[in-house]
Design a protein around this ligand. Structure first.
Ligand SMILES: [Fe+2]
Ligand SMILES: [Fe+2]
Length: 132
């Protein structure tokens, strides 16, 4: 569980860096590269989400049951929103102000999401893994 959580936190860092790159591409109007990066971003994020929902949530559910896992479930429900925003960014293609707006929305959402995971969900999963 420890290794998994460390990997997920490292991936959060990588995703934050990637968002900064996306932002630069929007500012510089490099839309072809932007859409390529968004294309690559999707499977990377998908794998991250699978690890969280399959392994982190599973450990919390096993230890604390459905009720004890409510917080984690609520945080992980944001995965659909995140997914949706990326899809929308792909769809707006080269409308600079829309891209900037959605990019900022994605950044704020992910920042909040990562914080909730790192401060609430992951510690709970670590705890669940320990006492088994
Ligand atoms: Fe997540
Ligand atoms: Fe995450």
């Amino acid at each position: 569980m420890n290794d998994l959580v460390n990997t997920l936190i490292k991936e959060h860092r990588e995703i934050r860096n990637l968002l900064k790159e996306l932002y630069s591409l929007i500012v510089e109007e490099r839309y072809a590269e932007l859409s390529q990066k968004l294309e690559n971003f999707q499977p990377y994020l998908d794998q991250h989400v699978i690890d969280e929902e399959a392994r982190i949530l599973k450990a919390i559910l096993e230890k604390y049951g459905r009720e004890g896992a409510e917080g984690a479930i609520r945080v992980f429900q944001e995965h659909r929103l995140i997914h949706e925003l990326i899809r929308e960014m792909k769809a707006v293609a080269s409308d600079k102000s829309e891209l900037a707006r959605k990019g900022e929305e994605l950044r704020a959402l992910l920042e909040r999401h990562f914080r909730a995971e790192e401060e609430e969900v992951f510690p709970k999963a670590l705890d669940a893994g320990k006492k088994k």
